[in-house]
Design a protein around this ligand. Sequence first.
Ligand SMILES: CC(C)(COP(=O)(O)OP(=O)(O)OC[C@H]1O[C@@H](n2cnc3c(N)ncnc32)[C@H](O)[C@@H]1OP(=O)(O)O)[C@@H](O)C(=O)NCCC(=O)NCCS
Length: 148
Amino acid sequence: MKARKAISPDSRAIAELTVQLGYSANVSEIGERLAKILPRDDCAVYVAEDDDGMIIGWIQTHASYVLESGFRAEIVGLVVAENARRQGVGRILVRCAEEWAGECDADVIVVRSNTKRRESHLFYPSLGFQPTKTQQVYRKKIVCGMNR
Ligand SMILES: CC(C)(COP(=O)(O)OP(=O)(O)OC[C@H]1O[C@@H](n2cnc3c(N)ncnc32)[C@H](O)[C@@H]1OP(=O)(O)O)[C@@H](O)C(=O)NCCC(=O)NCCS
C-alpha cells in the first residue's frame, strides 16, 4: 500500500469513497471540485492505493491564517474504504497531511469530526490529536446577489 497526491483520474474512486463518508457525490461533481482544488497551494488531497492500485482512502487538508490561532492546517475530509479499515491506511493518510502541513510551516493541524463517527474519536487520539472543544456547526445557504 502507498499514498500519493491525488490526480484528476482519481475522481471516480474518490466519489465512491465519499458516499461511504455519508455525502452524496457523483463523479462529475467530484471531478469539478478536484480540478479547482488540485492546482491550489493552500490545499492538498492524497489518496492511498492498495497493492493492486485500487484507491482505498483519501484525505483533504487545507491551510489558512486564523486571526485568533495563527497559521494552521485543517483536515477537512478523510475516509478509508470500509473493507480496508484497521490496516494503517488512515494513519498513513494523516501522516501525509501532517508532512504537508509541516512543509507549509503550519503551527498546528486540526480536525473537526462529527460526534456520530465513533471510530474517528478512537482514531485521532491514537495518533496524538488532543480533543479541544465540542462545537455546534451552523450552516446557511448563500443567495447570490443578496445585500448588494
Ligand atoms: C476513522 C478512519 C479514517 C480510520 O481509518 P483506518 O485506516 O481504519 O485507521 P488505522 O488502521 O490507521 O488506525 C490507526 C489507529 O486508530 C485506532 N482506531 C482506528 N479505528 C478504530 C476502531 N474502529 N476502533 C478502535 N480503534 C480504532 C487504533 O488505535 C488504530 O491502531 P491499531 O489498529 O494499531 O490498533 C476510518 O475508520 C473511516 O474512514 N471512518 C469513516 C469516516 C470517518 O470517520 N472519517 C473521519 C472524519 S474526520
